[in-house]
Design a protein around this ligand. Structure first.
Ligand SMILES: *Cc1c(COP(=O)(O)O)cnc(C)c1O
Length: 345
């Protein structure tokens, strides 16, 4: 695609397309039947993920939804409960899978503005051991949440809280690498706090699909059974795992560019009076804008004509990723400015 006709898609970081080099890695991937454990590329990806996150084992799944779900199903049984954020992906955006398929009751709590769950509030919803109640079994966090990297000291408090209250501790780390790059720590400094971690290859890392659930060998063994039950036992899926290996080997450090570009986007848009730009220090690759709903729809139409895609809403989320460069950011800022100038005239 020529630069002139390039579509700048800011709706999500899931929209990235595999690069030529990634496609080449996919084309030449060595494959086998993974349900027999015989796909060498999947085995390599699982080993690489476990090494990076510092866990005993890892399992490749087609999606982050399935990766969170196999973790929850492996930790919790029917009648158990997990504590989770009200807006957490694993609660709100995964079709209620834990409850629907696992008989696992969610106990949602509002997130704090920094993406954490207040541990005093968590303590207050832990149920006593009593026949009236579901058994509180697990605490689930999300990092990044709304693009915000959770504070590192909070993670260690939440870890000791979970140990004290004998809760399993799961991280929906769909964007854990953004959090690690933002905090300038290795990803294992984050993952080592948790009993299990799910992360996505298909977001800012730029792979077409796939997630990994990382944990102990015992839990991953159970997850392998649940993955089969859920229809996630794939065959020569090394062809997609190869994209994941390429992503982990090439696309982690460059996430810093996305964070810089998001900062530049926020700074560029902050001069527009009609918009409120929400962009915290801990923000990674997302910028949020508040704007009146009708304006937002008009803005969406105007930008589409200019080859810029956003999702109109009262709070607009703009997501920066590896298919958006600094020139694109400048074009986006200019286009926003010309839209609002037009509005005034
Ligand atoms: C994208 C995402 C997931 C997984 O989504 P899939 O589309 O199923 O891969 C899980 N959690 C969070 C926070 C996400 O953003």
């Amino acid at each position: 695609m020529t630069t002139k006709n390039k579509i700048i898609d800011l709706r999500s970081d899931t929209v990235t397309r595999p690069s030529d080099a990634m496609r080449k890695a996919m084309a030449y991937a060595e494959v086998g039947d993974d349900v027999y454990g015989e796909d060498p590329t999947i085995n390599r990806l699982e080993g690489l993920a476990a090494d990076l996150l510092g866990t005993e084992a890892a399992i490749f799944t087609p999606s982050g939804t399935q990766s969170n779900l196999v973790a929850l199903l492996s930790h919790c049984g029917r009648g158990d409960e997990y504590i989770v954020g009200q807006n957490a992906h694993s609660y709100k955006y995964e079709g209620g899978g834990a409850a629907v398929l696992g008989g696992i009751q969610p106990q949602p709590l509002e997130f704090e503005p920094d993406g954490t769950l207040d541990l005093d509030k968590v303590r207050s919803v832990i149920k006593p051991d009593d026949n009236h109640f579901a058994k509180t079994k697990l605490l689930c966090l999300e990092n990044t949440h709304g693009g915000i990297a959770l504070p590192m000291d909070y993670l260690s408090e939440a870890e000791s809280f979970s140990r004290t209250h004998k809760l399993c501790f799961h991280l929906d780390g769909a964007r854990i690498f953004n959090a690690a790059v933002k905090n300038n720590v290795s990803v294992s400094d984050i993952s080592s706090r948790f009993d299990s971690i799910s992360f996505c290859l298909s977001k800012g890392l730029g792979a077409p699909t796939g997630s990994l659930m990382c944990s102990t060998s015992g839990l991953v063994k159970q997850a392998r059974r649940w993955r089969k039950v859920l229809g996630g036992g794939m065959r020569q899926a090394g062809i997609i795992a190869a994209a994941g290996i390429y992503a982990l080997e090439n696309n982690i450090e460059r996430l810093a560019e996305d964070h810089d570009n998001a900062g530049a986007l926020a700074a560029g848009l902050s001069g527009i009076d009609e918009l409120t730009v929400i962009y915290e220090q801990a923000q990674t690759n997302m910028v949020y804008l508040e704007c009146n709903e009708e304006t937002s729809r008009e803005l969406g139409k105007y930008l589409t004509e200019k080859g810029i895609l956003i999702r109109p809403a009262p709070t607009i989320r703009l997501v920066v990723h590896l298919d958006v460069n600094r020139n694109d950011i400048e074009k986006v800022v200019e286009s926003f400015k010309s839209f609002f100038k037009k509005q005034v005239l």
